[in-house]
Ligand binder design. Structure first.
Ligand SMILES: [Zn+2]
Length: 329
């Protein structure tokens, strides 16, 4: 089976914690299928659906003890590894990154999953919220710099207005500071409109953009992404559920490939959206990608991963080996 890379995976702390608690107490977890049906029939596509994501929290924050945290991170990583994933990057809120022993607990979860899936690797990324007041953002950036020394891999920038042009003064400074601390920088942009894609692609330190869907309709933006070698994290199911595209068949994934923009895949919020990394690759295949092109998605993911060179080499060898084996089979 082709090893798969997931470069865009949010922690979904409450949905994951709910699954952990449900298993512990032998009860059924929250019904996200019913939630999705309501979302897609009653909420209009776009920002309104995005804003709906954090409104339902089936598990309470005070249940998120250290053991529960390790279990819920392991739950996310196990889903990824069991779906054929070889690499996943998990995005955590700044509050989560500031919790005591965040990095050792993350590694404990990763180690537990590697007992069963020895080829699997994972790295943590911190989502930084640009609209938090100065001091809070300062605390968050400081926490990321400290965590970088312990192995935090990167940061993901979130801002408002998301679907219109934002002011990038603070974002540029945060990206520069993160990059100088050795952290990779990715930014959500272009999910619901072409706004911010050009601005983000021009920020020093930014090597990836989450979604960027609407860049695909503008040849100038495609050329900019290709020229700057920015990897686009395409989340097909997320784009469908939130209404960034009208249908899977109309998803512009192919336009990125034709323009020479490196593409990797992501599951975004897999519990809430009902997907897995295996399903995302399946959807890419439905869009007409060949087996070789699917392997290249993983290669792009590994190349753009916020991980060590040693892990990158091991992951690349795994992809090459599995491709050779499938050619011989
Ligand atoms: Zn996202």
């Amino acid at each position: 089976m082709l090893p798969k890379a997931d470069l865009h995976l949010h922690q979904e702390w409450s949905p994951r914690l709910d699954r952990v608690l449900a298993r512990r107490h032998h009860r059924a977890p929250f019904d996200w299928g019913a939630w999705r049906r309501t979302l897609t029939t009653e909420v209009s596509p776009g920002m309104a659906r995005l804003q709906h994501l954090t409104r339902t929290q089936p598990a309470p924050a005070d249940a998120d003890t250290d053991d529960a945290f390790v279990d819920r991170v392991a739950d996310a990583l196990t889903d990824s590894a069991a779906a054929g994933g070889c690499y996943a990057e998990v995005r955590f809120s700044e509050e989560t990154v500031r919790r005591p022993r965040f990095m050792p607990l993350f590694r404990r979860a990763e180690q537990a999953v590697r007992q069963e899936f020895p080829d699997f690797h994972a790295e943590p990324v911190a989502s930084l919220v640009m609209w938090h007041e100065r001091q809070r953002l300062r605390r968050a950036v400081n926490a990321c710099r400290r965590a970088a020394d312990e192995g935090l891999a990167g940061v993901d920038l979130l801002y408002v207005p998301y679907a219109e042009e934002a002011d990038w003064r603070v974002g540029r400074a945060v990206a520069a500071e993160a990059a100088s601390a050795g952290l990779g920088v990715t930014v959500h942009a272009g999910e619901f409109s072409p706004a911010n894609i050009a601005a983000v692609a021009s920020i020093d330190g930014v090597s990836r953009i989450g979604h960027a869907t609407h860049a695909a309709y503008d040849p100038k933006l495609l050329r900019l992404l290709a020229d700057r070698g920015i990897t686009v994290e395409v989340c097909l199911t997320a784009n469908l559920v939130l209404g960034s595209v009208p249908s899977l068949a109309e998803h512009p994934l192919r336009a990125f490939l034709d323009a020479g923009v490196p593409v990797a895949l992501g599951t975004d919020n897999p519990v809430q959206f009902g997907t897995s990394i295996d399903r995302e690759y399946g959807q890419a295949a439905q869009l007409g990608l060949s087996a070789g092109e699917l392997s290249d998605l993983t290669r792009n993911g590994v190349r753009a991963a916020f991980t060590s060179q040693q892990r990158r080499d091991a992951l690349m060898a795994l992809v090459d080996g599995s491709e050779r084996a499938s050619r011989l089979a």
